[in-house]
Design a protein around this ligand. Structure first.
Ligand SMILES: Nc1nc2c(c(=O)[nH]1)N[C@H]1C(S)=C(S)[C@@H](COP(=O)(O)O)O[C@H]1N2
Ligand SMILES: [Mo]
Length: 323
């Protein structure tokens, strides 16, 4: 297993290594028996290929851009972006794009359960056509201190919440990524807490910025970015942006995310971007804009304070709001 200790580390410009992995093994340990059982899975995902039919929603792209969302920097080059990803199910490096192609994304259903009027299982294409999509230019700030700017397509999560008809007692939405160790090689390593999980408060889920992404750069979402459905909460660190979602559970218990489970002292529930609060092992004051070699100062709430700061009023004293 990959446990590395490098104190006072700053991200070198040339290689954004997955410092997410610098967790304390004692914080998360499952017995060896499960790990041995996991090794009996099939060949590496990269050796497999899924013959994809045309995306059934392809005709919806490019979606009309919502001009409310503007950038202070150029859009990140699409090709570069599609080859620089965090998707640990497929590998611990940034170059997982090829391995991710093994993920079958149709048929794909999304389960809505927990504290709702009625449980539902939605077909992804029916869902997308029902809610409709738009394009938004969003910034993205990874906790590893790199950033990008992307034209995402999708719909506000508030629309899904409305369809779910949550009970008044629901306080959080817990989201879950697919579990498919046959194609996602890292999921065979059962000492990690698969499947990937993330959570939001109901107020966060209903905020207009909270976006469920179905496409990027004017077409359906590439698998390495989290097809067919991925979250974007641009004022939060990138690890909140859960990919390839299969389940939304409404609950009164605060969800414990994948990274919080691995290393709660470094990756908390809220994970709002704040340049003044360093990660325990490196500064968050600035970021490298991938593909440009440029470092720029990181903004509070990644520059989205006007839309979201109100969500956290008064919580500063009781909650650790910054990852
Ligand atoms: N299921 C899942 N979702 C995930 C991750 C992951 O490893 N697995 N990585 C997160 C992190 S750390 C980041 S920065 C973004 C990266 O998104 P991108 O590859 O589209 O840039 O996805 C997030 N969502
Ligand atoms: Mo990230």
């Amino acid at each position: 297993m990959n446990v590395i200790h490098r104190r006072g580390w700053n991200m070198p410009e040339s290689q954004a290594t997955p410092e997410h992995l610098f967790f304390n093994r004692r914080d998360f340990l499952i017995g060896g028996a499960t790990a041995i059982a996991a090794s009996s899975f099939a060949a590496p995902a990269s050796a497999q290929r899924v013959a994809d039919a045309k995306d059934p929603t392809a005709d919806l792209y490019p979606a009309k851009r919502n001009e409310m969302f503007t950038l202070d920097r150029p859009v990140t080059d699409e090709k570069l972006n599609g080859n620089f990803n965090n998707f640990y199910e497929f590998g611990m490096q940034k170059t997982i794009a090829e391995a991710a192609q093994a993920l079958p994304i149709r048929p794909w259903t999304v389960k809505i359960d927990g504290m709702v009027e009625k449980e539902q299982t939605l077909d992804i294409d029916t869902l997308i056509r029902k809610v409709g999509i738009e394009e938004r230019l969003y910034r993205h700030r990874c906790v590893e201190a790199w950033s990008m700017a992307v034209p995402w397509s999708g719909f506000p999560m508030a629309k899904l919440v409305a369809m779910a008809k949550p009970l008044g007692s629901a306080k959080y939405v817990r989201m879950e990524t697919f579990m498919n160790p046959k194609v996602a090689g890292e999921q065979r390593k059962t000492w990690y807490p698969w499947p990937y999980v993330e959570g939001l408060t109901m107020a966060e889920a209903g905020n207009d910025l909270t976006f469920l992404v179905t496409g990027a750069y004017g077409h359906p979402l590439p698998k390495q970015h989290g097809a067919p459905l991925r979250l974007a909460t641009p004022w939060k660190y990138g690890f909140k942006h859960i990919k390839s979602i299969v389940r939304f559970t409404f609950t009164d218990k605060r969800p414990v995310g994948y990274w919080e489970m691995l290393q709660s002292s470094e990756y908390g529930f809220w994970a709002n971007v704040n340049p003044e609060v360093p990660h325990p092992r490196w500064s968050q004051a600035s970021e490298e804009v991938i593909g440009t070699g440029e470092r720029r100062p990181t903004l509070l709430f990644n520059g989205y304070g006007a839309q979201v700061a109100d969500l956290y009023k008064g919580l500063e004293k009781t909650e650790r709001l910054w990852a």
